[in-house]
Design a protein around this ligand. Structure first.
Ligand code: 9MR
Length: 380
């Protein structure tokens, strides 16, 4: 009798174990077969930025996430002018060739970032051999050579280009960059023309941060109108979207999205990430040159993220994705600025060495719960 009971208990235990294992396998299967790109198919492309470790195939774990979940890519750094043309006439296409080949092999939507940007532009671009500013004509010729070479190399393969990046300030005025100082505001229309001549099929974007800011919104709207009125080929506006838990307001963001869409161009969300870290600094855009000293109290989640903050993070991303879905007819692409939290530039800006959690995948490349929520929101 005792033996019979023992066998019954063992059989029951085994059954329970099988059910639990079976359930886990089902859950794993469910997790691994529902991907963002499938859920968002027919709505907009869902993209991510690749760093050089990923492009060169060294970070294989992150690349699995990329292949499964994303159908659009952008190079985080390797196509910027300082990287791709470090010296005049000397181009480094090692990384960008691999990047474009990867995108093609995976049948992905490829964005080129970026042709004309005041930041990460090599010094030689603006100076002569004596270190003085070059003339307007020389700078225009250098812009033309740069754009023609880079866009021409990937003609028919890169679908969209961020032709000009961050040329408008938060108050809507032109940034006093070297391009602006030496050429005047015409550097923008020239850049678009050169890019169009190099690849008439590629769609051309103006890209900037803090786009929900009403001043910048007005400046960008005025710029795009002017370009269109002059017959300059501009196809889209990129809203970078380096957002935080309490900024910008969803309403401001939506008003900018609508204002750009009303111009008749496409809108893309080009560099989405959501910092959870405190900020006492006024500047909330993405001005790369802003840097502040490390203070321990400004790095409160070095070990892990408290549940309350994870919850706010989740709700905030949900709100933004609902907004993107609401405006899906205007949106070509939504791109995250990095694959997992460990890669994000946010860990080092505007203070070096903090631990931030701004992306959809954690440092182990596990999907955060927000991934499943986005999938569900997209398919109610
Ligand atoms: O994420 C990029 C970081 O690795 C680089 O050091 C930095 C300077 O090149 O640029 C970061 O990406 C920027 C993007 O190119 C333009 N918009 C703001 C982004 C964050 O600074």
């Amino acid at each position: 009798m005792i033996n019979r009971n023992k066998s019954l208990i063992m059989a029951f235990g085994l059954l329970l174990l099988l059910i639990i294992v079976g359930f886990d396998v089902m859950k794993e299967k469910e997790k691994s077969t529902v991907y963002l790109k499938d859920a968002l198919q027919d709505k907009f492309y869902i993209g991510t930025a690749l760093n050089t470790d990923q492009i060169m195939g060294r970070d294989t774990a992150a690349m699995q996430v990329v292949k499964h979940h994303f159908n659009a890519i952008v190079a985080e750094n390797c196509m910027k002018s300082a990287n791709i043309q470090p010296r005049e006439g000397v181009f480094n296409f090692n990384f960008s060739d691999r990047f474009v080949a990867f995108g093609e092999a995976q049948n992905m939507f490829i964005n080129g970032h970026t042709l004309i940007w005041h930041s990460q532009a090599p010094k030689w671009f603006f100076t002569d051999q004596n270190g003085n500013d070059v003339s307007r004509d020389v700078l225009i010729q250098r812009m033309k050579d740069h754009i023609t070479t880079v866009v021409g190399r990937y003609k028919g393969r890169v679908h969209t280009w961020d032709v000009v990046n961050e040329a408008i300030l938060d108050d809507g005025s032109f940034r006093r960059s070297k391009f602006y100082e030496i050429i005047g505001e015409e550097f923008i229309s020239l850049a678009f023309q050169f890019a169009h001549e190099a690849d008439p099929q590629a769609r051309l974007y103006y890209n900037d941060y803090s786009m929900s800011n009403p001043g910048k919104r007005a400046g960008v709207v005025a710029l795009v109108k002017k370009l269109m009125a002059a017959g300059i080929p501009i196809d889209g506006v990129g809203m970078q979207a380096h957002i935080g838990l309490d900024h910008p307001s969803l309403l401001d963001f939506e008003q900018s999205l609508q204002a750009f869409a009303d111009l008749g161009v496409k809108v893309s969300i080009t560099e989405l990430d959501l910092t959870v870290l405190p900020s006492t600094w006024k500047n909330r855009g993405a001005e790369v040159s802003d840097q502040y000293e490390y203070q321990k109290q400004m790095n409160p989640y070095a070990e892990q993220l408290p549940d309350s903050i994870s919850k706010s993070f989740h709700e905030r991303y949900e709100a933004f994705f609902k907004l993107f879905l609401k405006h899906q007819q205007h949106i070509e692409r939504v791109t995250l600025w990095g694959v997992n939290d460990g890669h994000s530039w946010r860990n080092n800006w505007p203070v070096r060495g903090r631990t931030d959690y701004p992306l959809l995948f954690d440092r182990q490349n596990h999907a955060k719960p927000i991934v499943l929520s986005i999938i569900q929101i997209a398919n109610p």
